[in-house]
Design a protein around this ligand. Structure first.
Ligand SMILES: Cc1cc2nc3c(=O)[nH]c(=O)nc-3n(C[C@H](O)[C@H](O)[C@H](O)COP(=O)(O)O)c2cc1C
Length: 163
């Protein structure tokens, strides 16, 4: 089964997660979501993933627009891996809604805590938290990759559905 991971990153946290995932998923390729890649219409993968940071309690606009444009017809298993300073907020619902408008749906969602980089909103978290999150990231990501290799499925967390 071929996997394509589309990732968006501002400061590299999502890139690190996307790389670690791809290295541990069989037959995987990585494609960056950026201005010049906004209209991809030749997807052949059966497994399609999205890796992104949470922005303003939602999907970065570029990620939402990218998925709107994406041809997902080949996909049979869809996953999303959000990373954030606090929580995944509405991002999984947003992706699920976009996929459902194309006759597909999100099969699995994963969360990875990373150092928050929204410095204009808050002071840095304690250094120890940063170090712990950086140290834990690889192990957590490899565990997620193992689940993806097994086409693990889960539901969008109920608590988020009530928002
Ligand atoms: C503009 C902006 C908005 C953000 N909004 C949120 C948010 O609503 N919730 C949250 O938990 N983290 C938020 N963050 C923190 C990022 O999601 C987090 O640091 C992430 O790991 C950054 O990933 P990246 O290096 O791939 O861009 C925000 C960061 C930026 C720059």
């Amino acid at each position: 089964m071929e996997t394509t991971i589309y990732y968006f990153t501002g400061t590299g946290n999502s890139l690190k997660i996307a790389k670690d995932l791809c290295e541990n998923i069989t037959n995987c390729r990585l494609i960056r979501i950026c201005k010049r890649n906004m209209n991809i219409n030749e997807v052949t993968s059966e497994r399609i993933g999205f890796v992104f940071p949470v922005y303003y309690r939602g999907l970065p606009k570029m990620v939402a627009n990218f998925i709107k444009n994406l041809d997902v017809n080949s996909g049979r298993y869809f996953f999303a891996a959000a990373n954030f300073g606090s929580y995944a907020a509405l991002t999984f619902e947003q992706i699920d809604i976009l996929l459902r408008s194309k006759g597909k749906s999100l099969s699995a969602n994963f969360s990875v805590e990373m150092p928050g980089n929204m410095w204009f909103m808050y002071y840095p978290h304690p250094k120890e938290d940063f170090i712990n999150r950086m140290n834990n990231q690889s192990r957590i990501t490899i565990n997620i990759a193992r689940k993806i290799n097994n086409n693990y499925e889960n539901n969008i967390p109920v608590i988020k559905k009530q928002i």
